[in-house]
Design a protein around this ligand. Structure first.
Ligand SMILES: Nc1ncnc2c1ncn2[C@@H]1O[C@H](COP(=O)(O)OP(=O)(O)OP(=O)(O)O)[C@@H](O)[C@H]1O
Length: 751
């Protein structure tokens, strides 16, 4: 009779074969790369270019082969005809092209995630294989065909299990980095991951239901399935904070995908970074969709007929500038439909032409072209005319436009009559104030309407001419030399000339505000305002989005509390799909149930979730009577949890979540208590950690959005609610805070 250990041994053979093949491929690719490099820098320019292209293809392949080392093989599917299929991070076949490993994203791997006892096709059994480095340490079987002999065999071998692999991964200590879930993706998640590229997919789900995990695995799946399109256009990931982006930054590389750009709204525009945040109600006003017309009007106010029009004398001929000249020029410029700074060229030349006509109409002869061109220059250089043209159509920079708007309440009130005097007062700030996160979308709007400033435009024209020349060169080179054999096209050759390879799409996108992405993933999407969405749609006009969030966790006053309302406006009724995730993989059952009860009692419309794990004593409550006692008790509780959950290997994370004004004193309190408990050395280690890597975190509820910890101390929830800008936001903040722990929640209240 086969035993558990013999099963481990059997799988070890399969796993060794896969790693052996991986090693061979690495060696092969490495030596091809060396051979290409060894040919040195001689040969014709085209030969060199072709060689460089091969070199970068081999380098990319090598990077991918190195990235898939951890848990290369994690699953097996047994078919009715007794054949077996191993599932892993990438697809591998042997030298005779027989499959060794199926890429988890391939269609053939789908049953590994989606097959059920009632719908399993030809699959009889699914096996999860656990590895420690390259050694098989566990196997666990789910028999799908209950009539097959597999049930008895698995029972005898001791490999029969339910959700062991999943539960083991969920119970492990948290680190500062999210890990991939590739070996335990669940059926409801898999269906979303594999949905079509062409439309917007919205994923609503309560806390811990795997929305972030699903969004990232979907990005990897789309890159695999639509590589040729997405590698060139790129994928953008939008997250709520830089600490969140750091938290998720290992997931895609571990799936072999590196060319993805991650940004927060604050740093989405190259070269512009928000340095401050606005008060919640100011952020709401700035995020209002009506702000788009305020910005448009702010631009239009600089396209007008000035009250004083000059009369100039050119070569003794009096030439008045008339209202009709400006009106004509305005309509000529508007007709171009170009951005303001670009259309200004048309405006200026139309005015100049009217003045030139007025000049020639007064002559009793027909001037020669030379004279016309001289007079045109005189008109153009005339100071009064130049000033008036500027007054009528001022070239502007977007940052100046916004700064000017916020520092001129009368102008703001004229352009936005819907704002109340109190709104205007709160929006007004002195010239030169720092840019805020909520300014970003408005700056982007202004950039769109203004276009580059005239100086940048000259540079862009020169660049465009150079690019066209290079394209022609690349096409000619390929045609004349008959090189490429279909492996290299003119774009690759051109990228190579410019020192870019196809992996660099994300790098190029990061420097180009007008880059159009093939797909955008938005996490914590409920926080985005109408203006933020405009900014994102502009970057992906094909509207191919993965949008994940939870409308019960919204803390932005201008954020989303109804997907239908927001998404219909963005994508139309038929342009998006709503999917729901319902299983809470993060929180212990007791925590999940308590959080849901509290949220409902505060009036939040929450998604129903079912937590998969029961953890003993996962909720504790401490009552105190004063602020001082509360901080003291929370510090004690935090230190105890740190002692219990933090490990010297850097794993284990705890958070104390409180209102902004308590952060400093609470941090002092927990560190003092921890010093007493764990000693100076252990305290030094946790104090000296980088912000993103801290094992003891003291922060606000909003600072923990999207993150998770082994244990959480929620400090004075009443106060968090009181300090929130609205009752619903207060309830959402508490809901977010309560649902961060994977093991324990301690609530410290003051009564
Ligand atoms: N199928 C799965 N297998 C293993 N772990 C999973 C699975 N799905 C989710 N998880 C884990 O559950 C935790 C919560 O997932 P995730 O952060 O994606 O949830 P979320 O819905 O985005 O939560 P929130 O709304 O609170 O931000 C993570 O640790 C994630 O790795």
């Amino acid at each position: 009779m086969s035993t558990y250990s013999s099963q481990l041994q059997e799988e070890q053979g399969a796993v060794d074969r896969a790693y052996g093949r991986l090693d061979d491929l690495r060696t092969q690719t490495r030596s091809r790369l060396d051979a290409v490099r060894a040919t040195g820098s001689h040969g014709s320019p085209t030969q060199r270019t072709e060689r460089d292209s091969f070199a970068s293809l081999y380098e990319d392949r090598l990077t991918q082969l190195r990235a898939v080392e951890d848990r290369l093989v994690f699953g097996r599917l047994d078919h009715r005809d007794s054949s077996r299929q191993y599932i892993g991070r990438i697809g591998l076949s042997n030298e005779s092209h027989e499959p060794i490993l199926t890429d988890w994203r391939a269609e053939a791997a789908r049953p590994f995630y989606e097959a059920t006892a009632s719908n399993h096709g030809t699959i009889t059994m699914r096996r999860h294989i656990g590895l420690s480095f390259r050694t098989v340490v566990s196997v666990e079987d789910e028999v799908l065909d209950l009539n097959s002999s597999q049930v008895e065999r698995a029972a005898n071998q001791g490999t029969l299990a339910g959700e062991g692999a999943l539960l083991a991964s969920l119970s492990s200590s948290r680190t500062s980095k999210m890990t991939d879930i590739v070996s335990t993706i669940q059926a409801e998640q898999d269906r979303i991951i594999r949905s079509d590229l062409g439309h917007a997919v919205v994923v609503q789900g309560g806390p811990g239901t795997g929305k972030t995990a699903v969004a990232l695995h979907r990005a990897a799946y789309l890159l695999y399935t639509h590589r040729s399109v997405l590698e060139r256009s790129g994928v953008l990931i939008i997250g709520p904070s830089s600490s969140f982006l750091r938290y998720i930054d290992q997931v895609l590389p571990s799936l072999g995908e590196t060319g993805v750009l991650s940004r927060t709204i604050s740093n989405l525009i190259p070269g512009v970074t928000a340095k401050a945040t606005d008060a919640p109600h100011v952020a709401r006003l700035k995020g209002d969709s009506r702000m788009a017309s305020v910005i448009a009007s702010a631009v239009r106010t600089r396209e007008r007929v000035p009250s004083d029009l000059p009369v100039v004398s050119i070569d003794g001929v009096t030439v008045p500038m008339l209202k009709v000249d400006i009106q004509q020029a305005l309509s000529d410029a508007h007709r171009t439909r170009q951005p303001h700074n670009k259309a200004r060229e048309t405006f200026a030349s139309s005015v100049l032409q009217s003045l030139l006509n007025r000049y020639t109409n007064q002559l009793n002869y027909s001037p020669e072209p030379d004279e016309l061109s001289r007079v045109r220059s005189l008109i153009r250089m005339n100071n009064k005319i130049r000033k008036t043209i500027n007054l009528a159509w001022l070239p502007m920079e977007p940052l100046w436009l916004l700064d000017n708007l916020w520092s001129h309440p009368a102008l703001l009130s004229r352009l936005a009559p819907w704002l109340t005097p109190t709104d205007i007062e709160s929006l007004t700030k002195p010239k030169g104030s720092p840019i805020t996160t909520s300014d970003i979308a408005l700056i982007d709007e202004a950039m769109e309407l203004l276009g580059p400033d005239p100086h940048q435009m000259d540079q862009q024209t020169a660049q465009a001419a150079r690019r066209a020349e290079e394209h022609q060169f690349a096409r000619d080179t390929l045609a004349q030399n008959g090189i490429g054999n279909g492996l290299i096209n003119s774009q690759m050759l051109l990228d190579n000339i410019n020192g870019l390879d196809s992996q660099d799409a994300s790098e190029r996108a990061s420097e180009d505000r007008e880059w159009v992405f093939g797909h955008i993933v938005v996490d914590e999407a409920q926080e985005l305002t109408a203006m933020d969405w405009r900014m994102l749609i502009r970057r992906c006009p094909s509207r191919s989005f993965t949008i994940v969030g939870d409308i019960a966790q919204t803390s932005a006053l201008g954020g989303t509390r109804s997907w239908t309302k927001t998404m219909n406006q963005l994508f139309g009724e038929d342009g998006w799909d709503l999917n729901e995730l319902t299983i809470d993989y993060r929180n212990p059952q007791e925590v999940s149930e308590l959080a849901s009860t509290v949220a409902r009692s505060e009036g939040l419309h929450i998604s129903t979730v079912k937590a998969v794990r029961a953890v003993n004593n996962s909720v504790q409550r401490i009552q105190t009577t004063t602020e001082e006692a509360c901080i003291n008790a929370a510090g004690h509780a935090g230190a105890d949890l740190a002692q219990e959950f933090i490990h010297a290997d850097g794993s284990g994370r705890i958070a104390l979540i409180c209102t902004q004004e308590l952060i400093t004193s609470l941090r002092d309190s927990v560190m003092a208590q921890y010093r007493k408990l764990a000693g100076e050395k252990a305290t030094q280690i946790v104090t000296n950690q980088e912000d993103w890597d801290k094992q003891i975190v003291v922060t606000s509820a909003q600072g923990t959005k999207g993150l998770e910890f082994d244990a959480v101390v929620l400090v004075d929830p009443e106060r968090i609610a009181e300090n929130a800008p609205s009752r619903l936001v207060g309830a959402s903040d508490i809901y977010v805070a309560m649902t961060r722990p994977t093991q324990r929640l301690v609530i410290v209240e003051t009564t």
